[in-house]
Design a protein around this ligand. Structure first.
Ligand code: B12
Ligand code: SF4
Ligand code: SF4
Length: 381
Protein backbone atom coordinates (compact mmCIF):
# COMPACT_ATOMS: atom_id res chain seq x y z
CA UNK A 1 0.00 0.00 0.00
CA UNK A 2 1.43 3.43 -0.96
CA UNK A 3 1.55 6.26 1.60
CA UNK A 4 -1.32 7.98 -0.24
CA UNK A 5 -3.48 4.85 -0.09
CA UNK A 6 -2.68 4.48 3.58
CA UNK A 7 -3.83 8.07 4.31
CA UNK A 8 -7.07 7.47 2.41
CA UNK A 9 -7.78 4.35 4.38
CA UNK A 10 -7.21 5.88 7.84
CA UNK A 11 -7.81 9.63 7.31
CA UNK A 12 -5.06 12.26 7.13
CA UNK A 13 -1.83 11.08 8.67
CA UNK A 14 0.19 13.59 10.71
CA UNK A 15 3.43 12.03 9.58
CA UNK A 16 2.61 12.29 5.87
CA UNK A 17 1.32 15.83 6.21
CA UNK A 18 4.51 16.89 7.99
CA UNK A 19 6.66 15.24 5.34
CA UNK A 20 4.82 17.06 2.54
CA UNK A 21 4.94 20.40 4.36
CA UNK A 22 8.69 20.08 4.95
CA UNK A 23 9.13 19.32 1.24
CA UNK A 24 7.49 22.68 0.53
CA UNK A 25 10.10 24.44 2.67
CA UNK A 26 8.32 24.70 6.03
CA UNK A 27 10.40 24.05 9.13
CA UNK A 28 7.61 22.30 11.02
CA UNK A 29 4.02 21.24 10.58
CA UNK A 30 1.33 19.60 12.66
CA UNK A 31 -2.15 18.21 12.20
CA UNK A 32 -5.17 18.50 14.47
CA UNK A 33 -8.73 17.16 14.33
CA UNK A 34 -11.51 19.76 14.48
CA UNK A 35 -13.05 20.89 16.69
CA UNK A 36 -9.88 20.67 18.77
CA UNK A 37 -9.81 20.18 22.52
CA UNK A 38 -8.97 23.82 23.33
CA UNK A 39 -11.44 25.42 20.91
CA UNK A 40 -14.12 26.48 23.41
CA UNK A 41 -11.45 27.95 25.74
CA UNK A 42 -9.70 29.82 22.89
CA UNK A 43 -13.04 31.05 21.53
CA UNK A 44 -13.92 32.49 24.94
CA UNK A 45 -10.49 34.16 25.17
CA UNK A 46 -10.87 35.56 21.69
CA UNK A 47 -14.38 36.94 22.30
CA UNK A 48 -13.28 38.48 25.57
CA UNK A 49 -10.28 40.10 23.86
CA UNK A 50 -12.37 41.67 21.13
CA UNK A 51 -15.18 42.76 23.50
CA UNK A 52 -12.61 44.47 25.72
CA UNK A 53 -11.73 46.69 22.73
CA UNK A 54 -8.20 45.33 22.36
CA UNK A 55 -8.57 44.94 18.59
CA UNK A 56 -8.91 48.71 18.11
CA UNK A 57 -9.78 49.57 14.52
CA UNK A 58 -8.99 46.07 13.17
CA UNK A 59 -12.73 45.65 12.57
CA UNK A 60 -12.30 42.47 10.55
CA UNK A 61 -11.44 40.72 13.82
CA UNK A 62 -14.77 41.74 15.34
CA UNK A 63 -17.08 40.59 12.55
CA UNK A 64 -20.08 38.75 14.07
CA UNK A 65 -22.13 35.99 12.43
CA UNK A 66 -25.92 35.62 12.43
CA UNK A 67 -25.79 33.81 15.80
CA UNK A 68 -24.14 36.89 17.34
CA UNK A 69 -20.83 35.05 17.90
CA UNK A 70 -17.63 36.39 16.39
CA UNK A 71 -17.00 34.68 13.07
CA UNK A 72 -13.38 33.77 13.76
CA UNK A 73 -13.84 32.52 17.28
CA UNK A 74 -14.98 29.04 16.25
CA UNK A 75 -14.02 27.12 13.14
CA UNK A 76 -17.54 25.81 12.57
CA UNK A 77 -18.82 29.35 11.92
CA UNK A 78 -16.98 30.07 8.69
CA UNK A 79 -16.03 26.46 7.85
CA UNK A 80 -18.82 24.03 8.83
CA UNK A 81 -17.17 21.36 6.64
CA UNK A 82 -13.72 21.50 8.27
CA UNK A 83 -12.67 18.30 10.07
CA UNK A 84 -8.94 18.88 10.33
CA UNK A 85 -6.36 21.66 10.24
CA UNK A 86 -2.74 21.51 9.16
CA UNK A 87 -0.61 24.22 10.74
CA UNK A 88 2.81 25.07 9.28
CA UNK A 89 5.70 27.10 10.67
CA UNK A 90 8.25 28.93 8.47
CA UNK A 91 11.35 30.40 10.14
CA UNK A 92 12.22 34.04 9.41
CA UNK A 93 14.99 34.43 11.95
CA UNK A 94 18.23 35.82 10.50
CA UNK A 95 21.79 36.45 11.64
CA UNK A 96 21.29 40.24 11.70
CA UNK A 97 21.28 42.18 14.99
CA UNK A 98 18.25 42.59 17.24
CA UNK A 99 16.29 45.74 17.87
CA UNK A 100 17.43 45.71 21.49
CA UNK A 101 21.15 45.89 20.60
CA UNK A 102 22.99 49.24 20.44
CA UNK A 103 22.64 50.96 17.07
CA UNK A 104 24.02 54.00 15.26
CA UNK A 105 22.58 57.38 16.20
CA UNK A 106 19.57 58.17 13.99
CA UNK A 107 18.87 54.55 13.04
CA UNK A 108 15.27 53.38 12.91
CA UNK A 109 13.90 49.83 13.18
CA UNK A 110 11.82 47.83 10.73
CA UNK A 111 10.49 44.54 12.07
CA UNK A 112 12.50 41.50 11.08
CA UNK A 113 9.59 39.78 9.40
CA UNK A 114 9.41 42.60 6.85
CA UNK A 115 13.05 42.44 5.68
CA UNK A 116 12.43 39.60 3.28
CA UNK A 117 13.52 39.38 -0.35
CA UNK A 118 14.06 36.88 -3.14
CA UNK A 119 15.99 36.80 -6.41
CA UNK A 120 13.80 37.11 -9.52
CA UNK A 121 14.31 35.08 -12.72
CA UNK A 122 17.08 37.48 -13.83
CA UNK A 123 18.84 37.11 -10.49
CA UNK A 124 17.85 40.60 -9.29
CA UNK A 125 16.94 40.77 -5.60
CA UNK A 126 13.34 41.97 -5.06
CA UNK A 127 11.29 42.51 -1.91
CA UNK A 128 9.18 39.50 -0.96
CA UNK A 129 6.15 39.17 1.27
CA UNK A 130 5.58 36.09 3.41
CA UNK A 131 1.85 36.17 2.67
CA UNK A 132 2.48 35.46 -1.00
CA UNK A 133 5.51 33.22 -0.60
CA UNK A 134 3.85 30.93 1.92
CA UNK A 135 0.40 30.88 0.36
CA UNK A 136 1.97 29.51 -2.81
CA UNK A 137 3.58 26.75 -0.78
CA UNK A 138 0.31 25.98 0.98
CA UNK A 139 -1.45 25.71 -2.37
CA UNK A 140 1.21 23.24 -3.51
CA UNK A 141 0.72 21.25 -0.34
CA UNK A 142 -3.02 21.29 -1.02
CA UNK A 143 -2.38 20.05 -4.56
CA UNK A 144 -0.17 17.22 -3.36
CA UNK A 145 -2.81 16.09 -0.90
CA UNK A 146 -5.53 16.22 -3.54
CA UNK A 147 -3.25 14.21 -5.82
CA UNK A 148 -2.90 11.54 -3.15
CA UNK A 149 -6.34 11.61 -1.59
CA UNK A 150 -8.69 12.76 -4.33
CA UNK A 151 -11.56 15.17 -3.85
CA UNK A 152 -12.13 16.95 -0.59
CA UNK A 153 -12.92 20.47 0.60
CA UNK A 154 -9.86 22.56 1.53
CA UNK A 155 -8.74 26.13 2.13
CA UNK A 156 -5.29 27.64 2.78
CA UNK A 157 -4.57 30.81 4.70
CA UNK A 158 -1.54 32.83 5.67
CA UNK A 159 -2.47 35.58 8.12
CA UNK A 160 -5.48 36.98 6.31
CA UNK A 161 -8.17 34.27 6.64
CA UNK A 162 -10.96 34.26 9.26
CA UNK A 163 -9.00 31.95 11.58
CA UNK A 164 -7.06 32.38 14.81
CA UNK A 165 -3.88 30.81 13.55
CA UNK A 166 -2.11 30.63 16.90
CA UNK A 167 -5.01 28.73 18.38
CA UNK A 168 -4.81 26.11 15.60
CA UNK A 169 -1.01 25.97 15.68
CA UNK A 170 -0.84 25.40 19.43
CA UNK A 171 -3.55 22.74 19.13
CA UNK A 172 -1.52 21.09 16.35
CA UNK A 173 1.47 20.88 18.70
CA UNK A 174 3.73 23.52 17.13
CA UNK A 175 4.47 25.30 20.39
CA UNK A 176 3.04 27.12 23.37
CA UNK A 177 1.64 30.63 23.74
CA UNK A 178 4.30 32.78 25.39
CA UNK A 179 3.51 35.54 27.86
CA UNK A 180 4.21 37.88 24.91
CA UNK A 181 1.26 36.13 23.16
CA UNK A 182 3.52 34.70 20.42
CA UNK A 183 3.62 31.04 19.55
CA UNK A 184 7.01 29.69 20.64
CA UNK A 185 8.37 26.47 19.21
CA UNK A 186 10.72 24.79 21.72
CA UNK A 187 13.51 24.38 19.12
CA UNK A 188 12.72 27.06 16.53
CA UNK A 189 11.75 29.93 18.83
CA UNK A 190 9.09 32.48 17.87
CA UNK A 191 10.51 34.20 14.77
CA UNK A 192 8.25 32.13 12.60
CA UNK A 193 5.27 32.64 10.34
CA UNK A 194 2.20 30.49 10.57
CA UNK A 195 0.12 29.12 7.71
CA UNK A 196 -2.93 26.89 7.94
CA UNK A 197 -4.72 24.48 5.66
CA UNK A 198 -8.25 23.43 6.58
CA UNK A 199 -9.61 20.20 5.16
CA UNK A 200 -12.84 18.21 5.23
CA UNK A 201 -10.80 15.03 5.86
CA UNK A 202 -10.74 13.29 9.19
CA UNK A 203 -7.39 13.41 10.98
CA UNK A 204 -5.99 10.09 12.03
CA UNK A 205 -6.20 9.59 15.79
CA UNK A 206 -2.91 10.37 17.56
CA UNK A 207 -1.68 8.27 20.47
CA UNK A 208 -0.69 11.16 22.79
CA UNK A 209 -1.93 14.74 23.36
CA UNK A 210 -0.22 17.19 21.06
CA UNK A 211 0.12 20.19 23.31
CA UNK A 212 3.56 21.59 24.13
CA UNK A 213 3.74 22.62 27.80
CA UNK A 214 4.17 26.30 28.69
CA UNK A 215 7.90 26.91 29.21
CA UNK A 216 7.81 30.59 30.20
CA UNK A 217 8.13 29.67 33.86
CA UNK A 218 8.77 32.66 36.10
CA UNK A 219 10.28 34.73 33.26
CA UNK A 220 8.70 38.16 32.63
CA UNK A 221 11.26 39.71 30.30
CA UNK A 222 8.77 40.50 27.55
CA UNK A 223 6.33 42.16 29.92
CA UNK A 224 9.08 44.25 31.47
CA UNK A 225 10.55 45.23 28.10
CA UNK A 226 7.36 46.25 26.31
CA UNK A 227 7.77 50.03 26.13
CA UNK A 228 4.10 50.97 25.75
CA UNK A 229 2.54 48.63 28.30
CA UNK A 230 0.73 46.71 25.54
CA UNK A 231 1.45 43.46 27.40
CA UNK A 232 -0.63 44.53 30.38
CA UNK A 233 -0.61 41.05 31.96
CA UNK A 234 0.95 37.67 31.09
CA UNK A 235 -0.59 36.34 27.83
CA UNK A 236 -2.68 39.49 27.47
CA UNK A 237 -2.13 42.16 24.89
CA UNK A 238 -3.98 45.37 24.25
CA UNK A 239 -3.24 45.76 20.55
CA UNK A 240 -4.20 49.44 20.63
CA UNK A 241 -1.02 50.07 22.67
CA UNK A 242 1.21 47.73 20.65
CA UNK A 243 3.82 49.46 18.46
CA UNK A 244 3.18 46.92 15.74
CA UNK A 245 -0.47 48.04 15.59
CA UNK A 246 0.38 51.73 15.91
CA UNK A 247 2.98 51.74 13.14
CA UNK A 248 1.25 49.36 10.69
CA UNK A 249 -2.49 49.14 11.25
CA UNK A 250 -3.41 52.45 12.84
CA UNK A 251 -4.23 55.29 10.46
CA UNK A 252 -4.08 58.96 11.41
CA UNK A 253 -2.56 60.61 14.48
CA UNK A 254 -0.94 58.45 17.16
CA UNK A 255 -1.84 59.27 20.77
CA UNK A 256 0.87 61.51 22.19
CA UNK A 257 1.34 59.44 25.33
CA UNK A 258 2.36 56.44 23.20
CA UNK A 259 4.86 58.13 20.91
CA UNK A 260 7.73 58.18 23.37
CA UNK A 261 7.40 54.42 23.92
CA UNK A 262 7.61 53.84 20.17
CA UNK A 263 11.31 54.66 20.38
CA UNK A 264 12.96 54.11 17.00
CA UNK A 265 10.47 51.54 15.63
CA UNK A 266 9.13 52.77 12.30
CA UNK A 267 7.43 49.58 11.13
CA UNK A 268 6.35 46.80 13.49
CA UNK A 269 8.15 45.88 16.69
CA UNK A 270 10.37 42.98 17.73
CA UNK A 271 11.17 43.93 21.31
CA UNK A 272 9.12 41.30 23.18
CA UNK A 273 10.64 38.60 20.96
CA UNK A 274 14.17 40.02 20.94
CA UNK A 275 14.36 39.74 24.73
CA UNK A 276 12.91 36.23 24.84
CA UNK A 277 15.43 33.58 25.95
CA UNK A 278 13.77 31.03 23.63
CA UNK A 279 15.01 33.04 20.64
CA UNK A 280 18.64 33.14 21.81
CA UNK A 281 19.57 29.88 20.15
CA UNK A 282 16.84 29.82 17.53
CA UNK A 283 18.18 28.68 14.15
CA UNK A 284 18.36 31.23 11.35
CA UNK A 285 16.41 30.78 8.15
CA UNK A 286 18.04 29.41 5.00
CA UNK A 287 14.92 30.26 2.99
CA UNK A 288 15.92 31.75 -0.37
CA UNK A 289 12.53 33.48 -0.69
CA UNK A 290 12.72 35.16 2.72
CA UNK A 291 16.28 36.50 2.72
CA UNK A 292 16.97 39.61 4.79
CA UNK A 293 17.62 42.85 2.88
CA UNK A 294 20.64 44.48 4.50
CA UNK A 295 19.36 48.00 3.75
CA UNK A 296 16.31 47.48 5.96
CA UNK A 297 18.31 46.49 9.04
CA UNK A 298 18.77 49.55 11.27
CA UNK A 299 17.77 51.89 8.40
CA UNK A 300 18.88 55.52 8.67
CA UNK A 301 15.87 57.69 9.52
CA UNK A 302 17.26 60.26 7.08
CA UNK A 303 17.07 57.78 4.21
CA UNK A 304 13.47 56.91 4.98
CA UNK A 305 12.53 60.55 5.48
CA UNK A 306 14.02 61.73 2.19
CA UNK A 307 12.17 59.11 0.15
CA UNK A 308 9.58 60.53 -2.20
CA UNK A 309 6.55 58.47 -3.10
CA UNK A 310 8.22 57.00 -6.20
CA UNK A 311 11.20 55.81 -4.19
CA UNK A 312 8.90 54.45 -1.49
CA UNK A 313 7.18 52.36 -4.18
CA UNK A 314 10.50 51.19 -5.64
CA UNK A 315 11.82 50.20 -2.23
CA UNK A 316 8.70 48.63 -0.77
CA UNK A 317 6.60 47.38 -3.64
CA UNK A 318 6.10 43.67 -2.88
CA UNK A 319 7.23 44.16 0.72
CA UNK A 320 5.03 44.03 3.86
CA UNK A 321 6.25 47.58 4.65
CA UNK A 322 4.00 48.94 1.90
CA UNK A 323 1.03 48.28 4.20
CA UNK A 324 1.96 51.27 6.37
CA UNK A 325 1.58 53.54 3.32
CA UNK A 326 3.87 56.39 2.35
CA UNK A 327 2.39 58.89 4.83
CA UNK A 328 2.07 56.29 7.55
CA UNK A 329 5.78 55.46 7.35
CA UNK A 330 6.67 59.17 7.37
CA UNK A 331 4.52 59.68 10.46
CA UNK A 332 6.39 56.85 12.19
CA UNK A 333 9.75 58.27 11.08
CA UNK A 334 8.78 61.67 12.54
CA UNK A 335 8.03 60.09 15.92
CA UNK A 336 11.33 58.16 15.81
CA UNK A 337 13.19 61.38 14.99
CA UNK A 338 11.70 62.98 18.08
CA UNK A 339 12.87 60.03 20.14
CA UNK A 340 16.37 60.08 18.61
CA UNK A 341 17.47 63.22 20.45
CA UNK A 342 19.23 64.36 17.22
CA UNK A 343 18.54 68.08 16.79
CA UNK A 344 19.62 67.94 13.13
CA UNK A 345 16.18 66.51 12.34
CA UNK A 346 14.46 69.71 13.50
CA UNK A 347 14.38 71.57 10.11
CA UNK A 348 12.74 68.62 8.37
CA UNK A 349 10.27 68.17 11.20
CA UNK A 350 9.50 71.88 10.96
CA UNK A 351 8.54 71.36 7.30
CA UNK A 352 6.36 68.38 8.18
CA UNK A 353 4.70 70.26 11.02
CA UNK A 354 2.58 72.03 8.36
CA UNK A 355 1.76 68.85 6.44
CA UNK A 356 -1.81 68.30 5.27
CA UNK A 357 -1.68 64.76 6.66
CA UNK A 358 -3.02 64.74 10.19
CA UNK A 359 -0.87 61.89 11.44
CA UNK A 360 2.36 63.33 10.07
CA UNK A 361 1.58 66.84 11.32
CA UNK A 362 0.79 65.67 14.86
CA UNK A 363 3.85 63.40 15.08
CA UNK A 364 6.14 66.15 13.72
CA UNK A 365 4.91 68.76 16.20
CA UNK A 366 5.29 66.29 19.02
CA UNK A 367 8.81 65.39 17.83
CA UNK A 368 9.88 69.04 17.60
CA UNK A 369 8.70 69.65 21.14
CA UNK A 370 10.57 66.51 22.25
CA UNK A 371 13.82 67.68 20.62
CA UNK A 372 13.59 71.24 21.92
CA UNK A 373 11.00 71.59 24.64
CA UNK A 374 9.47 75.05 24.65
CA UNK A 375 9.88 76.96 27.86
CA UNK A 376 6.13 76.89 28.43
CA UNK A 377 4.05 79.98 29.14
CA UNK A 378 6.22 83.00 30.04
CA UNK A 379 6.04 83.99 33.70
CA UNK A 380 4.50 87.33 34.52
CA UNK A 381 6.92 89.77 36.09
C1 B12 B 1 -4.31 40.96 14.66
C2 B12 B 1 -2.89 40.46 14.59
C3 B12 B 1 -1.91 41.25 15.17
C4 B12 B 1 -2.26 42.43 16.09
C5 B12 B 1 -2.65 41.87 17.47
C6 B12 B 1 -1.66 40.84 18.03
C7 B12 B 1 -2.20 39.96 19.14
N1 B12 B 1 -1.35 39.58 20.06
O1 B12 B 1 -3.37 39.61 19.13
C8 B12 B 1 -0.92 43.24 16.05
C9 B12 B 1 -0.99 44.25 14.92
C10 B12 B 1 -0.56 43.96 17.33
C11 B12 B 1 0.06 42.13 15.68
C12 B12 B 1 1.40 42.19 15.98
C13 B12 B 1 2.31 41.19 15.62
N2 B12 B 1 2.07 40.14 14.83
CO1 B12 B 1 0.30 39.60 14.26
N3 B12 B 1 -1.35 38.88 13.76
C14 B12 B 1 -2.58 39.25 13.95
C15 B12 B 1 -3.58 38.22 13.38
C16 B12 B 1 -4.07 38.72 12.02
C17 B12 B 1 -4.74 37.89 14.30
C18 B12 B 1 -4.33 37.66 15.77
C19 B12 B 1 -5.51 37.53 16.68
O2 B12 B 1 -6.50 36.93 16.33
N4 B12 B 1 -5.40 38.14 17.87
C20 B12 B 1 -6.41 38.01 18.91
C21 B12 B 1 -5.82 37.21 20.05
C22 B12 B 1 -6.85 36.87 21.14
O3 B12 B 1 -5.45 36.04 19.42
P1 B12 B 1 -3.99 35.39 19.61
O4 B12 B 1 -3.04 36.32 20.21
O5 B12 B 1 -3.65 34.67 18.38
O6 B12 B 1 -4.55 34.45 20.76
C23 B12 B 1 -3.98 33.34 21.26
C24 B12 B 1 -3.16 33.62 22.50
O7 B12 B 1 -3.14 34.97 22.83
C25 B12 B 1 -3.80 32.75 23.53
N5 B12 B 1 -4.30 33.40 24.73
C26 B12 B 1 -5.19 34.39 24.84
N6 B12 B 1 -5.43 34.63 26.14
C27 B12 B 1 -4.67 33.74 26.85
C28 B12 B 1 -4.53 33.54 28.20
C29 B12 B 1 -3.65 32.53 28.64
C30 B12 B 1 -3.51 32.29 30.10
C31 B12 B 1 -2.91 31.74 27.71
C32 B12 B 1 -1.96 30.67 28.14
C33 B12 B 1 -3.07 31.97 26.33
C34 B12 B 1 -3.94 32.97 25.95
O8 B12 B 1 -4.87 32.08 23.01
C35 B12 B 1 -5.20 32.58 21.75
C36 B12 B 1 -5.54 31.44 20.88
O9 B12 B 1 -4.53 30.46 20.94
C37 B12 B 1 -2.63 36.96 13.23
C38 B12 B 1 -2.98 36.04 12.03
C39 B12 B 1 -4.21 35.20 12.28
N7 B12 B 1 -5.10 35.16 11.34
O10 B12 B 1 -4.34 34.60 13.33
C40 B12 B 1 -1.23 37.58 13.08
C41 B12 B 1 -0.05 36.87 13.79
C42 B12 B 1 -0.49 36.48 15.17
N8 B12 B 1 0.96 37.91 13.87
C43 B12 B 1 2.16 37.50 13.71
C44 B12 B 1 3.33 38.30 13.82
C45 B12 B 1 4.61 37.77 13.23
C46 B12 B 1 3.26 39.55 14.46
C47 B12 B 1 4.43 40.43 14.94
C48 B12 B 1 5.65 39.66 15.41
C49 B12 B 1 4.83 41.42 13.81
C50 B12 B 1 5.84 42.47 14.22
N9 B12 B 1 7.11 42.12 14.37
O11 B12 B 1 5.50 43.60 14.38
C51 B12 B 1 3.74 41.21 16.08
C52 B12 B 1 3.85 40.42 17.40
C53 B12 B 1 3.23 41.11 18.55
C54 B12 B 1 2.86 40.13 19.65
N10 B12 B 1 3.56 40.18 20.76
O12 B12 B 1 1.93 39.35 19.44
C55 B12 B 1 2.21 36.00 13.47
C56 B12 B 1 2.61 35.32 14.79
C57 B12 B 1 3.58 34.18 14.66
C58 B12 B 1 3.92 33.61 16.03
N11 B12 B 1 5.04 32.94 16.10
O13 B12 B 1 3.20 33.76 17.00
C59 B12 B 1 0.72 35.72 13.02
C60 B12 B 1 0.20 34.34 13.37
C61 B12 B 1 0.70 35.94 11.48
C62 B12 B 1 1.31 34.79 10.70
N12 B12 B 1 0.54 34.15 9.83
O14 B12 B 1 2.45 34.42 10.87
N13 B12 B 1 -0.56 41.09 15.07
S1 SF4 C 1 5.49 44.03 19.76
FE1 SF4 C 1 6.48 45.70 20.92
S2 SF4 C 1 4.80 47.03 21.63
FE2 SF4 C 1 3.88 45.10 20.90
S3 SF4 C 1 3.69 43.87 22.75
FE3 SF4 C 1 5.68 43.35 21.87
S4 SF4 C 1 7.15 44.77 22.84
FE4 SF4 C 1 5.09 45.55 23.23
S1 SF4 D 1 10.33 36.58 27.37
FE1 SF4 D 1 10.03 35.03 28.97
S2 SF4 D 1 7.88 35.28 29.59
FE2 SF4 D 1 8.12 36.32 27.63
S3 SF4 D 1 7.54 34.82 26.13
FE3 SF4 D 1 9.76 34.64 26.35
S4 SF4 D 1 10.06 33.05 27.94
FE4 SF4 D 1 7.90 33.70 28.02
Amino acid sequence: MSVGEESRAHGLSAERVRQLALEQGFAEAGLVALPHAGEARDAARYEQWVRAGHAGTMHYLARAGEDGHLVRARMRNPFPWARSAIACFAVYHSAQPRSTEPSAEGAGWIARYAWSSRADAAGVRRPSDYHKVLLKRMRKLEERLHGELGDFESRSYVDTGPVVERSLATAAGLGWTGKNTCLIHPRLGSYGFLAVLLTSLEAEAVPAPLTVPDRCGSCRRCLDACPTGALFAPYQMDATRCISYLTIEHKGPIAEELMEGMGRQVFGCDICQDVCPWNRKAPVSADAELEARAELVNPALEWLARMDEAEFERTFNGSPVRRAGFMGLRRNVAAAMGNSGAKRFAPLLQEWADAADDGLRTASKWALEKLAPSAGPAEKS
